[in-house]
Design a protein around this ligand. Structure first.
Ligand code: FAD
Ligand code: EPU
Length: 338
């Protein structure tokens, strides 16, 4: 295990912004973590990263950045209908989804093409097209950064919510997720095709018989049509969460903005697409030098190359202000701003 100093993180974040870590360490196995844990450098504040696809660096990180590269996929248990499949936290999420589809293990096909590592998936309970990680999540093991002990978290311990889990709040910066186990179907797959875009794409793809592969292909097609590929255009997906408001407040907004969309979510709550509000405020496609708001998805802030993290954060705050002024709603960033 090697500790590198003054390390450039530009290729470790999908915004592609420059930021240096005072110390940087790649972790490949539990021994690397234990070695790091007993070294002097452990006393410094730490930041764990996976694929850097949900992080915005607005400055350098003066302490220790730990890049998790814990690999390995293995079956923990199985019966005729289900498999408990464990993935190392450092496995690439989309490659893991493709592995599952190759084995005909169902449950995460709607989560195809989400960038990043498997270990970050429980952090915000990743979700797309009607499915969230929590639907198949079974357990995870995490390394307690203070005690060095490994703890198993089952689903109820994680308190998963929309883009939320205990690891984003009460246990923030307290654990390094080592691996994640999912309970996937081997037979009788449940297909989530409620999203109209999925229905339409399955039709356009001429799908006669539903399979998890057909759904994955449809999801990939939809995503590539509107979300920028970070390899070509720096971004971190949705910059903000979609806000949830009380039904009665939503009715008030509808009286003023007759075409505002809203989806029933929890009881008496309506989820409003932040992208619609941002577009309504005139931001979609706006370019400010090397950064801007994507022209196909207003919720995505992009770096055309050479943009600075602090400028992206400023743009995000300006967007937040204009949405607050127009709709009285405070958008909450989904991206972790450092
Ligand atoms: P990072 O950005 O490296 O880290 C994210 C957070 O998790 C940080 O706080 C970090 O400290 C922490 N962390 C990472 N790994 C660990 C670990 N092993 N232990 C403890 N803490 C850890 N998200 C969705 O939910 N749905 C989408 O549809 C979606 N689409 C996206 C599309 C694009 C084009 C992009 C760029 C992003 C998208 N995202 C989406 C956001 C992002 O891909 C996910 O949040 C992903 O899970 C982040 O993984 P990562 O490894 O890159 O995490
Ligand atoms: N819309 C606009 N303008 C736009 C884009 C969208 O008005 O530029 C409106 C439309 O009314 C559209 C609605 O917003 O029907 C929803 O748009 P979309 O289906 O693209 O989804 P989203 O709400 O913007 C969410 C997630 C995505 C996830 C997709 C698909 C959040 C914050 N974002 O986006 O997740 O992939 O749904 O399920 O919940 C991410 O978290 O990084 C992410 C990309």
């Amino acid at each position: 295990m090697e500790i590198l100093t003054n390390y450039q993180l530009k290729t470790f974040n999908t915004f592609g912004v420059e930021a240096r870590a005072a110390y940087f360490c790649l972790i490949k196995n539990l021994n690397d973590i234990k070695e790091l844990f007993s070294s002097d450098i452990w006393n410094r504040p730490r930041l764990i990263i996976g694929g850097g696809s949900n992080i915005l660096f607005t400055k350098g990180f003066e302490d220790l950045v730990i890049k998790n590269d814990l690999k390995g996929i293995e079956v923990q248990d199985e019966d005729t209908n289900h498999v408990l499949l464990r993935t190392g936290a450092g496995e690439n999420w989309h490659e893991f989804v493709m592995y599952c589809i190759g084995k005909d293990y169902g449950g995460i096909e709607n989560l195809s093409l989400i960038p990043g590592c498997a270990g970050a998936a429980p952090m915000q309970n990743i979700g797309a097209y009607g499915v969230e990680l929590k639907n198949t999540f079974y357990s995870l093991e995490a390394f307690n950064l203070a005690t060095g002990k490994i703890k198993t978290f089952h689903k109820s311990d994680c308190k998963f919510g929309y883009r939320d889990s205990v690891f984003k709040n009460i246990y923030k910066n307290r654990y390094l997720i080592l691996n994640v186990t999912l309970k996937l179907t081997k037979k009788y797959h449940r297909y989530y095709t409620d999203y109209s875009a999925i229905k339409e794409t399955l039709k356009n793809n001429n799908v006669k018989k539903l399979t998890i592969k057909a759904i994955s292909d449809a999801v990939i097609r939809i995503r590539t049509s509107k979300l920028p590929d970070p390899a070509e255009l720096g971004n971190a997906g949705s910059f903000f969460k979609n806000p949830m408001v009380d039904k009665v407040d939503f009715e008030g907004l509808r009286a003023e903005f007759s075409d505002i969309p809203g989806y029933n979510s929890e009881a008496n709550k309506v989820k409003i697409p932040a992208a619609w509000m941002i577009e309504h405020c005139g931001w979609k496609g706006t370019r400010l030098g090397q950064i801007g708001v994507h022209n196909k998805q207003a919720l995505v802030i992009v770096n055309y190359g050479g943009g600075k993290g602090k400028d992206i954060a400023r743009l995000a705050f300006d967007i937040q202000d204009s949405v607050a002024d127009t709709f009285g709603i405070e958008l909450e960033p989904e991206v972790n701003i450092i």
